[in-house]
Design a protein around this ligand. Structure first.
Ligand code: DHK
Length: 145
């Protein structure tokens, strides 16, 4: 059974109240429940986490090496700023799927660059919570799992 780590970055704990016109009305707990249901359907084991702290995300990615078959990450604002998360994902070495609820490419120019994309096997953006389900389904198609 592929074990997948799902990581969420800063301010995603505020989903539901945070700019609902951009991020929708579902909370992070709703998204976690959606992921758990999809993972069960696909036969994946998941860990679902959120942190507002860059270093904590880096620690989790470091510990994922050898422990998880893949990482799904919505690094939120750190997507656009974090060389540290980029470097940690490189050390992880396994497949990484980058997810965003909105489509950063159609938003502020400072959201157009991603430090995650060069390391991502797939980028899923602008599909809301369904993007997380699509990311989980991606691992079904990855033979290395
Ligand atoms: C979430 C954030 O918090 C933003 O900083 C990113 C991303 C986009 C999302 O769409 O999920 O720019």
């Amino acid at each position: 059974m592929p074990r997948i780590l799902i990581l969420n970055g800063p301010n995603l704990n505020m989903l539901g109240v945070r700019e609902p016109e951009i991020y929708g009305t579902q909370t992070l707990v709703d998204i976690e429940n959606l992921c758990r249901a999809k993972a069960k359907e696909l036969g994946h084991e998941i860990d679902f986490r959120q942190s507002n702290h860059e270093g904590e995300l880096v620690d989790w990615i470091q510990k994922a090496r050898g422990a998880y078959g893949g990482i799904i990450i919505n690094a939120a604002a750190y997507t656009h700023t974090s060389v540290a998360i980029h470097d940690a994902l490189k050390i992880f070495g396994g497949p990484v799927v980058e997810v965003h609820l909105s489509d950063p490419q159609t938003r502020d120019p400072f959201r157009h660059h991603s430090y995650i994309t060069p390391l991502a096997a797939a980028v899923i953006a602008g599909k809301g919570p369904a993007g997380y389900e699509e990311a989980l389904a991606f691992f079904r198609r990855t033979p290395s799992q």
